[in-house]
Design a protein around this ligand. Structure first.
Ligand code: PGA
Length: 252
């Protein structure tokens, strides 16, 4: 059963009070969710525990961290380990977001380590991949994304990979208002699924949720999700308002 997912990425926005209000707005909308139609809220680290508590009894709304340390524990001032995330009942971790790669030096090798500690602590990774405008214009997006997947994700076993959600996020579409066309999204999602099939087999490839990210909003969600390999979205800006995130979820 391939899950359709609306995942919010709040990034470094909102105070705790504002975040709780947003969650309440989402809950008030009573979106119909199920085993195969879920919501994930990627909230700032200090709010994970509160938001998790606020979501008590919601079987299909999960919380996610937006990052994790690549080390298990120790003298790494300011970092948050996978064990810490697990201890406050975090469900998912966003790994490899292009803002982490671009501003904080997360390389494919570091991201592999982050995947490793995340899986070890039974958290589910949302692994982000995606190319720059320059790479897209050179027509090299497929090989670029394949390399990201090969070096950080395809090193894990079948059993481990089953826990992974992939988010394809072209850098040129993130926070820019430019969205990949439904055809562009479908094309590269199908490519990603074919690579998963090559590595892990058809059954697992069919089960893997591949989300699109980059200026997804209520006005374009339905046409993006119409692609047969587009299983939802990782949403930044439009996830900061309950009504727009709910509208996107209703398009799943
Ligand atoms: P955006 O961000 O929806 O604001 O473009 C998406 C993301 O960075 O995950």
């Amino acid at each position: 059963m391939r899950r359709q997912i609306a995942a919010a990425n709040w990034k470094m926005n909102l105070t705790l009070e504002e975040g709780k209000k947003l969650v309440q707005g989402i809950l008030d909308a009573k979106v119909s969710l199920s085993e195969d139609r879920e919501m994930i809220l990627g909230v700032p680290m200090p709010y994970l525990k509160d938001i998790k508590e606020q979501l008590k009894g919601q079987a299909h709304i999960h919380v996610s961290a937006q990052n994790v340390a690549n080390h298990e524990s120790g003298a790494y001032t300011g970092e948050t380990s996978a064990a810490m995330l697990q201890s406050v009942h975090t469900d998912y971790v966003i790994i490899g977001h292009s803002e982490r790669r671009g501003y904080y030096g997360d390389t494919n090798e570091i991201l592999k380590e982050k995947m490793e500690v995340t899986l070890k602590h039974r958290l589910k990774p949302i692994f982000c991949c995606g190319e720059s405008l320059e790479t897209r214009e050179a027509g090299k997006q497929n090989e670029f994304v394949e390399k990201q997947l090969k070096e950080s994700v395809f090193v894990f076993s079948k059993e481990e990979f089953k826990k992974v959600v992939i988010a394809y996020e072209p850098i040129w579409a993130i926070g820019t208002g430019k969205t990949a066309s439904p055809e562009q999204a479908q094309e590269i999602h199908a490519f990603i699924r074919s690579k998963i099939e090559e590595k892990y087999g058809k059954e697992i490839a069919d089960e893997t949720s591949i989300l699109y990210g980059g200026s997804c909003k209520p006005g374009n969600a339905a046409e993006l999700f119409a692609g047969k390999d587009v299983d939802g979205a990782l949403v930044g800006g439009a996830s900061l308002k309950a009504n727009s995130f709910v509208e996107i979820t209703n398009c799943l």
